[in-house]
Design a protein around this ligand. Sequence first.
Ligand SMILES: NC(=O)c1ccc[n+]([C@@H]2O[C@H](COP(=O)([O-])OP(=O)(O)OC[C@H]3O[C@@H](n4cnc5c(N)ncnc54)[C@H](O)[C@@H]3O)[C@@H](O)[C@H]2O)c1
Length: 471
Amino acid sequence: MNSRRKFLRQLGGSSALLAGGASLLIPEHVNAREYRESLIESVKPRSVADTINIGLIGSGIIGHYDLDCALKVPGTKVVAVADLYQPRLERAKEVWGSDLFTTRDYREVLARKDVDAVLICVPDHWHDHISIDALKAGKHVYCEKPMVHHIEEGQAVIDAQKKYGKVFQVGSQRASASAVLEAKKRYEAGDIGEITSAEAFLDRTDALGAWQYTLPPVVNPKDLDWDSFLGDAPKKPFEPVRFFRWRNYKDYGTGVAGDLFVHLLTGLHTVTGSLGPSSIYALGDLNYWKDGRDAYDLVTALLDYPKTKTNASFPLAMRVNLATGAGGDIHTRLVGTEGVIDIGWNSFTLNRLKRPNAPMYSKGYDALFTYPQAMQDQFVRQYDEKYPEGKFVRTIQNDPVVKFDVPEGYDDRLDHMIVFFNAIRENKPSLIKEDAVFGMRAAAPSLAANLSVEQKRAINWDPVAMKIKQT
Ligand SMILES: NC(=O)c1ccc[n+]([C@@H]2O[C@H](COP(=O)([O-])OP(=O)(O)OC[C@H]3O[C@@H](n4cnc5c(N)ncnc54)[C@H](O)[C@@H]3O)[C@@H](O)[C@H]2O)c1
């Protein structure tokens, strides 16, 4: 049994969900430490020789988060770090030890025989190149999302994963998050009936949410490799904001669609099993964060999901707004004929109803009261005879609300790392759900939203063949 399931079972039942009114949630005696321990139980190294050596490529913000998380998994060790900015290499030694091998050239990390797996935490325009080089060098790869910068780069990553047979996982941790996987069970159990529509949004408010990350107090161009940073992007003179706040520029980042739609789609595809939409139409705007960026701070998209074995056809309305006055929030609402699942980051709510099996009438907003009294009485008499109370459900009945939440300190990123290292230990790339094909199916519709904004037209997408349809 996987450790999450085991943990949930330990909570006292087959599920951590509690029906009835307010909330589940996790019993107080289960604290975050016990929870983490229960998660990592299944990944204890078998011997010292079983240690998985990690190379980190890109030691910026998420590089720190990802590596610290990976090091919580027993039997992992960091041996090398690559980054283009010298002070970040100095920081790497401060945090992870002075004996660490550091370099500005990621190929030196890949060339090391003692590196088993790499975490690729660089800007989006480098994801495909470094992933392919790493797979070719025989390394297992955890590559941050979105898998690629442009749709046409995706197939080469899929091919490389297949050709070199290494474990490859994309880093949208929603694919392994407890809330998403528990919501999936409810969806598959038919708890919302047939899906009819979905809505997903991820909104932010403040400057850090809008990617205005802190710049170093002094920037010495000699401390970084600007030409290497540019890679396949258009040549431009060095500008610190382009290096340190690269997300705000389309040459390196994928905008709010590539960056954040991809998380929402990873969750949606995990729950529904859908392969992706067949068409994408989007509007984009830069409303608030006019700091020189060329990426939008608001993108709204409509995506048309075709019927598959696991879902009816449904439209998805999706939005990211980096300047909402309402504070940040994230929701994915799956609306079905018999219920709604509303998933947040690490929680969800399930509302269910039973539909009547008798026709409905009302003494309120209905046509009944517009008829003469005698006619109304006759109608009610006949109705009661035909649909006696007790034998028939005569109005909609709401089930108690069900809520799911995780214990304090829960980290979905750790769950995702555990999936990655388990697949390496068992030498089974197939244990990875968010592999290159999944990564492409989440990234491409997100990137198609950017294309749609630019081209002011719907983009038609073949979710099975993973190709843009030129119609
Ligand atoms: N899964 C998540 O929740 C999540 C969250 C944040 C970021 N991310 C993803 O992680 C990636 C990195 O984002 P970040 O916020 O850490 O950016 P960052 O700017 O903080 O860090 C990127 C680092 O990569 C280095 N770098 C750039 N090109 C390089 C190259 N060719 N070789 C070696 N190092 C290179 C830079 O010097 C920088 O230190 C992005 O793709 C982003 O979308 C994922």
